[in-house]
Design a protein around this ligand. Structure first.
Ligand code: DQA
Length: 159
């Protein structure tokens, strides 16, 4: 099973940008923890960060037929990008969105979310720990899909 982690604009500045909002952890440290957890659970994981909307759309499209799960923090594009929303919808791969901060408690414009309606779930406001929660959630989704496929196979064999 492969999970692709997609990080949007300015997340490469974690550890530097607005530490009172996002904390001191760097993106590399978050990814190192996710990589360890993935290895412990026998999951392949890839990381991608871009400040460009089109590159994020391209990376989501590349997941089609290749990855079984996407974890995405679309950052500021969350609030504006119909293109990223459509890409998630197009590939139809279970996707969990993460926001380090609680976007519901911040400025009004962060309450608009283009991405959430096409995601399996959203994890917001847990700080960098939200990425770990997303990994746990993704494993649960994968287990449920696998169990449903097994049940379907058994039902077909019983006929
Ligand atoms: C963010 C929240 C967004 O509103 C913001 O533009 C970001 C980071 C978060 O992780 O809390 O860049 O996605």
């Amino acid at each position: 099973m492969k999970i692709v982690v997609i990080q949007g604009p300015n997340l490469n500045m974690l550890g530097v940008r607005e530490q009172h909002v996002y904390g001191p952890m760097k993106l590399e440290q978050i990814h190192a923890q996710m990589k360890d957890f993935a290895a412990q659970n026998g999951v392949e994981i890839e990381f991608f960060q871009s400040n460009l909307e089109g590159e994020i759309v391209d990376r989501i499209q590349e997941c089609y037929g290749d990855a079984q799960g996407i974890i995405i923090n679309a950052a500021a594009y969350t609030h504006t990008s119909i293109a990223i929303r459509d890409a998630i919808s197009a590939v139809s791969i279970p996707t969990i969105e993460v926001h380090i901060s609680n976007i519901h408690r911040r400025e009004e414009f962060r309450k608009t979310n283009m991405i959430a309606p096409v995601c399996s779930s959203s994890i917001v406001g847990f700080g960098p720990f939200g990425y770990h929660l997303a990994m746990v959630g993704m494993l649960q989704i994968m287990n449920e899909i696998q169990a449903a496929q097994e049940a379907q196979k058994q039902a077909a064999q019983a006929q």
